[in-house]
Design a protein around this ligand. Sequence first.
Ligand code: ADP
Ligand code: MG
Length: 467
Amino acid sequence: VWHNCLQVIKENIGEQSFKTWFEPIKPVSLRDSVLTIQVPSQFFYEWLEEHYVQLLKKVIYQELGSEGRLEYSIIVDRGNEVNKPQTVNIPTKKIPAAVVNSYKPEQSFIKSPFESKTIDRNFLNSQLNPAYTFENYIEGDCNRLARSAGYAVANKPGTTSFNPLMIYGGVGLGKTHLVQAIGNNIKNSNPEKFVLYVSSEKFVNQFIESLKTNNVQDFANFYLLVDILIIDDVQFLSGKEKTQEMFFHIFNHLHQSGKQIVMTSDCPPRDLKGLEERLLSRFKWGLTADLQSPDFETRMAIIHKKMQSDGIDIPDNVVEYLAYSVDTNVRELEGVLISLIAQSSLNRKEIDLELAKQALKHIIEDVETEVNLDFIQKTVAEYFQVSLDSLKAKTRKKEIVTARQVAMYFAKEFTSHSLKSIGYHFGGRDHSTVIHSVQTVSDLIDTDKKFKASIQELQKKFKSKAG
Ligand code: ADP
Ligand code: MG
């Protein structure tokens, strides 16, 4: 029976994988539709579980029918077989013929219930989330280089000069999304390639586990099988010397064999403290591209995309309000959107500006102690004795124009708003108007003593508030 199983397995996976993972297995017994196989180690067993579960299910189903079961017997301490077969319940009844080829990768055989979703012809678990694609990754100035480099790599993995490709940027800016999109794209167009996504944290944990169980070689062998290695958040490798050594070894081997490596980090490589110099210098072989905070237009586009994919409708003024209020990162923006939708359905209220303001209250409150745009506009309007509304209106009266320019000048100095965002807050003016205003105020400070004194007075107010 096992021989027949092996035949099927052989047809379904690469030769190297077969040699590494299936040749060492010994069939032990077959009793009442329960096939017991002996594997060299706990670690080996876990790899089989994680990466070949569905393939095994399929062959057991084919050979033994719906009653078929597989048990593992694990050897520990060189030859001392431990009588602790892991009972693996194969719910073959739930696997009608049409489904045997499909599976959900990250589900483990034992720990979680069987589900079938995606199809992997290679039976190797890529650990990719198919929801992350290039199609739903909005392009903007903030990510243009990283995105296009990623796209190039996805189309020609291992053959561009972007190897390794290193994407860095702050939290929630889309690193994981982008590198997963690369992986999904490659997998779709090259199903024969083994794409593997792994977080650095998982890499470290697997490595430590393999050290504990004397299976470092298995660990390394597995990674050497990979065609495209995507390793997320490499800052996590900081200070973990042994793991870095292993990664260095894997990196070199893969790179030499023309395999693509994609990495992410939360900071530029030069700031990766606690990473070995020789590893850092490898990172420089390829391309390093950063992700910036999305600008106003990109935030608008992201919200629109999200609305479209979730089939929800939000009025334009609310979308704009969200896009300019939440300018930290995309994850936060998505979070606010979700809580807004939740509140709307909970309170059975339409999503409108009022509800949006309420949903954002905790975020806005946080900034109320800072010198924010509202505070600057109020203070300047008072000082020049013009109305707050007139700062945002179209009027070109001289006193108002001056007050408006001064307020823009301080907005630039004291807030982190982009020029575009500042313009938006002043009645939807464009960024060149803001630049012009800042320039005009600077010139006046240089030439007009009285004006300079007023500016200094205002500056004091803002500085004391900013602490
Ligand atoms: P990071 O890994 O940098 O912390 P993620 O990739 O997890 O960030 O992104 C956070 C969230 O924002 C995800 O839901 C992701 O889909 C979304 N996101 C980030 N950038 C974009 C973008 N350019 N277009 C669409 N969605 C994005
Ligand atoms: Mg991430």
